[in-house]
Design a binder for this molecule. Sequence first.
Ligand SMILES: [Zn+2]
Ligand SMILES: [Zn+2]
Length: 336
Amino acid sequence: MPTLRTVDAPSCPDDGVVVRVRATGVCRSDWHAWKGHDPVALPHVPGHELAGVVDVVGPEVSRWRPGDRVTVPFVCGCGRCEYCRSGQAQVCPHQTQPGFTGPGSFADLVPVRAADTNLVRLPDQVDFVTAASLGCRFATAFRALTAHGRVGRGDWLAVHGCGGVGLSAVMVGVALGARVVAVDVSPAALGRARELGAEVAVDASAVSDVGAELVAHTGGGAQVSVDALGSPATAVASVHSLRPRGRHVQVGLLLGPSSTPPLPMDQVVAKELEIYGSHGMAAADYPAMLELVADGTLRPDMLVGEVIGLERAGAALSAMDRPASSAGMTVVEIPT
Ligand SMILES: [Zn+2]
Ligand SMILES: [Zn+2]
């Protein structure tokens, strides 16, 4: 069981900052690291979905001052390569990830490298718990649907898997004016998707061919389909849900050797489908999303279940040994 201990305060990188953590999401990715599916160096501080206040600023940082309210993408770019310089830090080959490649945010203080590239200023209207709930899932869902899926008003959007990232995709899709079909095997998850505005809910365990079922429900297939779970079956079903010229976005991680989906490339050719992978969202793309959070168009706070203290973070991680419930995400809040 992860335990709360006193450790040395992190040193501040020359090009980075140390953030005083005010809230941090508990995510299944942390659980994967703890379980050894995504190995980290031990002892280790997990946590990558953070919001807080800049505490210490390195000498090479020009855009940030102590006291600034910030969040940070889970993928932090190096700040120097061609991808970072063009606003695509989410695929930086030299990326760091708090809570994986270094100490994370289940702590009072967390270091962030390349602060001028990676920090995101929080609008005054967005509180720390809500900002932490953007985490990896909500921001990833937002970018999957806007940058890759290019979801338009009236489009059919299929969401395969209604866990945290899937329900985020349902909410973002509805806000963008899409007609959402939610797919899961859990009645509770499908019920939650309905509450968030999904027009159709399909229980994948009750139909023999999910793709064909969705093509029937959408009058010929969805314009955009997202695999928010990350399994060969859901990835393939997602591609089969599309109408000609449709776009599949792979958001769920496919971890492990048996997880490469046998994608129907014949369908990709015949229907001119587009296949995308989405890996988080760079800091450069956050302002457009935060604007919609600040004005209430997007309500990530509705996806928050429990808010707990740091002393309960270890227990919250170990609770993920059980399958996800639809109770919403857990956020750790650290008072001043
Ligand atoms: Zn880079
Ligand atoms: Zn996460």
